[in-house]
Design a protein around this ligand. Structure first.
Ligand code: DGL
Length: 263
């Protein structure tokens, strides 16, 4: 593996920028190439076949860029399992693999997962957490609209507040829940709205755990870059809107950025 190769990071849209922000902070000497498929976002209500096609097109783009590995920031794509990355010549680290690592208190008896409908229906979050913490009951709720609303960018709008209330109230009716994993990368962008509506709930963003997992794997593979630090950001949508969100999340200015076509 070429240590100097970039780390690819993909998501259905702007959501994965929440992972990129943490990855760049933790690994400032790595080169990163981010691709968000805003044109086809949201992914969470699509079929498995559509997601495989879109996801594999994104991986092909990164293969052409000769990345050394890929972070699958998108929970929905992570839920497709190995079928997505079969045949690609680089390791792919899936955010869902860190579903249990991100829970600090391993003695929890219940935890909620708020994600897209596809992610919840796949049952993968539930399986990973229950394997690592057999006494913990997992309550999953899928949101049809939240990723789309966040992608659209009206972060203080009533629609976002109403969708959050709908989902979390539903979750709280299912069990005694005090901790909720944000199982979709778009959701931490409006963490402040979640916190203001439900100050008693501990909302957990798995992004930091995924970045630590990446760091550990790079060390084990002896693939750490000591002299990089370059950032490229691409979207299939509007690059100016995309960079505004990157700026909002305090991500450093990219060395290269653009709008591209992948399918
Ligand atoms: N951000 C993605 C995720 O983490 C998917 C959101 C969507 O496009 O529906 O699941």
């Amino acid at each position: 593996m070429d240590k100097n190769g970039a780390i690819g990071l993909i998501d259905s849209g702007v959501g994965g920028l929440t992972v990129l922000a943490k990855a760049v902070e933790l690994l400032p000497n790595e080169n990163f190439i981010y691709l968000g498929d805003s044109k086809n976002c949201p992914y969470g209500n699509r079929s498995r076949e559509e997601l495989l096609k879109l996801g594999r097109s994104m991986l092909k783009f990164l293969q052409e860029k000769q990345v050394k590995c890929v972070m699958l920031a998108c929970n929905t794509m992570s839920s497709l399992g190995d079928a997505l990355s079969d045949g690609f010549p680089f390791p792919v680290f899936r955010i869902v693999s860190c579903a249990a690592d991100c829970i600090e208190d391993k003695s929890l008896k219940s935890v909620g997962v708020l994600a897209t409908e596809f992610t919840i229906k796949s049952g993968l979050y539930q399986k990973v957490i229950e394997n690592a913490m057999p006494d913990c009951k997992v309550f999953g709720v899928g949101s049809k609209n939240l990723a789309r609303l966040v992608e659209a960018g009206d972060l203080r709008g009533d629609e976002i507040r109403n969708e959050i209330k709908l989902c979390i109230d539903k979750m709280l009716s299912l069990g005694d829940i005090h901790d909720v994993i944000m199982g979709c990368t778009h959701f931490p962008i409006v963490l402040d709205v979640f916190n203001s509506l439900y100050p008693e709930i501990n909302f957990i963003d798995p992004a930091a755990a995924q970045c630590r997992y990446l760091e550990k794997n790079l060390k084990e593979m002896n693939a750490e870059n000591q002299s990089g630090g370059r950032l490229e950001i691409y979207t299939t949508g509007n690059i100016n809107e995309f960079l505004n969100m990157a700026d909002y999340l305090k991500i450093k200015k990219p060395d290269m950025a653009g709008s591209i076509n992948i399918n």
